[in-house]
Write a protein that binds this ligand. Sequence first.
Ligand SMILES: Cc1ncc(COP(=O)(O)O)c(C=O)c1O
Length: 465
Amino acid sequence: MRLLSRKATCNAHGQDSSYFLGWQEYEKNPYHEIKNPTGIIQMGLAENQLSFDLLESWLANNPDAAGFKKDGESIFRELALFQDYHGLPDFKKALVDFMAEIRENRVTFDQNKIVLTAGATSANETLMFCLAESGEAFLLPTPYYPGFDRDLKWRTGVEIVPIQCTSSNDFQITAPALEEAYLEAQKRNLRVKGVLVTNPSNPLGTTMSRSELNLLVNFITAKGIHLISDEIYSGTVFSSPGFVSIMEVLKVRKCENTEVWKRVHIVYSLSKDLGLPGFRVGAIYSNDELVASAATKMSSFGLVSSQTQYLLSALLSDSKFTKNYISENQRRLKQRQKLLVKGLKKAGIICLKSNAGLFCWVNMKHLLGSNTFEAEMELWKKIVYDVKLNISPGSSCHCTEPGWFRVCFANMSEETLNLAMARLKSFVDSMTMTSSHQMLKNSRKRSLTKWVFRLSFHDREPEER
Ligand SMILES: Cc1ncc(COP(=O)(O)O)c(C=O)c1O
């Protein structure tokens, strides 16, 4: 008799992925400037630690917010008892206004259509429960965030069918790729319920173009399916082309009163833009009342605590603060991304041109022993164990081409990033030296053999030849 459930024992969680294995290796030997200077540097974690000082100085100037006071009076008891899964109205209003501000108010959001969840992880899973049955499928462009295998599939039984994107057009989604994925799902007898994209993309660090977004709207209109746009990195867009939300595209196309309006849903979270993954604040925004109401009921499995909501409603209602925070945070991210790109370039490594996110999508194809995923794993192991950098291999993001890696830049100090780049450069130099040494040895061997051959050939007596 099975003592544990199938859910508990199946491996659909994806914890065996190199993405999570890299984290485990880092935990065993974490780099510390003084305590462990030869340890592993964590570059596989999309955390934003660049703007904590701004949040901390706001907290110091607004002690009532964290002290659970309103107009000098304690509201501790009120907060301790509040457990309504509809969330604090003030917080929902502050959150939708913040989302609009990130989109430069080209679109606005209605606080009645937002559902609070414990992070985007919970938001994505809740949407799967609302939109699909076990055994139905969502199409996702590759490469995609490795956590989706856990978030979308594990407990819901929903399947992911990849939309194959390639470096030939900088991993943009194309109409044939969408059709192919749809066909592939049909071949596997899976009913397609929707497409899920991340915009800006994790792991690419790029924003989707208007034409890609229009293509998606056309596709879901034609097929009568849903579109989920995970816009968790919307506030991290640090250079042009700027961020275009799917809601903006629908607005421009005047879709408000059409069928498709209700089939587009946004996922958001404060884990990246505000750098608060530990606060577990996420949201679903849906134009479909039924989806919003079902998701609200489901959110009782992953509520945001009332003291977190209270603190953040005060912070996000301070529009002077949020305006400054958004632009300063983007400025810092841009500077950091430049530092990474420069460091990689010094090591002879290039990456996809990015304008958003907390990472770069790095091309190390030329360092592979062969054009295979086995060679990618071999290189990854060397980088983790010898170079002591935890980066995420493209295969963990379901990339179809070997040799790509996601490298994070916002979860460490500038000094640590410089050290990481120095380690990488000396590794690449040593690889190049070894291979040129090997080439030299091989060519010497070849000329030696030629010489030996010639010598022996000419030395031999004519009849022996
Ligand atoms: C695209 C994407 N969606 C969702 C998540 C999960 O975020 P959260 O911490 O809000 O659960 C992440 C985290 O890395 C992500 O990159």
